[in-house]
Design a protein around this ligand. Structure first.
Ligand SMILES: Nc1ncnc2c1ncn2[C@@H]1O[C@H](COP(=O)(O)OP(=O)(O)OP(=O)(O)O)[C@@H](O)[C@H]1O
Ligand SMILES: [Mg+2]
Length: 267
């Protein structure tokens, strides 16, 4: 099954949404069985919106991100990112996978520089930009380290640096902070919000952490455990910078926890 190109609008056609999924169906074949992952799935993301995605393990969050950057091409329905069907090599998208996926024989700096390779920048330009990113993710002094010399959290920060080094307009993050300690994680939250402000990013972040979702996102969407529509889409109406200790923050967090505890469809 593949997407019917004929119903896609012309590339660059004006749509209200930066990301638009309409009636998306996605399944895998496992052991001769058809395993449905997304069924009649719809989602719209506004330009510059920051969406956090929550959902039980195995509900299809990573598959959704792979569809959005063109790594999964077998689906039915319509997926548009900035007016066009996503495909690998699209300069606009950066992705951090659930595991860091670094090249083991390349150093931290070389792994990050890979994110710039397709732009063929000059050597000095690469070095400058890589240095900036190394500092941004707190890895100064580890430029020449190899991936096996890093902790899981450090490796994940290299993956984040590689994803944003080319200043993409669209950033997909699959649980990028799950291996970090609480302090580093909250430092990364601040960095991410700064990056977002500076770069006018549209972002989708998969997380299992409700507090992280409320702290970072404009809107939190909850995927259903079974293939189907979203369970919930919740606007977080708090201004930035958000303060975790404030009553309004805790209220939003409790509201989401309560939604997650319910079984029924809320959206
Ligand atoms: N390439 C594949 N081939 C077959 N089945 C797959 C493939 N990729 C994912 N799946 C299946 O699709 C379902 C959704 O997987 P996915 O990785 O998207 O879940 P997830 O929501 O990201 O889960 P988690 O929170 O554990 O990361 C799972 O049942 C998984 O086994
Ligand atoms: Mg996943």
């Amino acid at each position: 099954m593949s997407h019917p190109a004929t119903i896609l609008p012309a590339p660059g056609a004006a749509t209200d949404s930066f990301v638009r999924l309409r009636g998306v169906n996605k399944h895998f074949n496992v052991d001769g069985r058809r395993l449905p992952i997304l069924a009649d799935f719809n989602l719209d993301v506004r330009r510059h919106e920051f969406i956090a995605i929550l959902g039980e393990s195995g509900c299809g969050k990573s598959t959704l991100l792979r569809l959005l950057c063109g790594l999964e091409e077998n689906y039915a329905g319509q997926i548009l990112v900035d007016g066009v069907a996503p495909k690998v090599g699209n300069d606009e998208a950066g992705i951090v996978f659930q595991d860091p996926r670094l090249f083991p024989w390349l150093s931290v700096a070389q792994n990050i520089a890979l994110g710039l390779a397709r732009f063929r920048p000059d050597r000095a330009g690469v070095q400058r930009r890589v240095e900036e990113l190394v500092a941004l993710v707190g890895l100064s002094g580890f430029e020449n380290a190899l991936p096996h010399q890093l902790s899981g959290g450090m490796a994940q920060r290299v993956a984040l640096a590689r994803a944003i080094v080319s200043r993409p307009a669209f950033l997909l993050l699959d649980e990028p902070f799950s291996a970090l300690d609480a302090l580093t994680r909250s430092q990364m939250h601040e960095q991410l919000l700064r990056i977002r402000e500076a770069a006018d990013l549209t972002m989708l972040l998969v997380t299992h952490d409700v507090e992280e979702a409320v702290y970072l996102a404009d809107r939190v969407v909850v995927m259903a455990p079974q293939p189907g529509p979203l369970r919930a889409s919740v606007e977080i109406g708090l201004p930035y910078p958000r303060v975790r200790e404030e009553a309004a923050f805790q209220h939003e967090r409790e509201r989401l926890h309560a939604l997650l505890a319910k079984d029924e469809l809320i959206a």
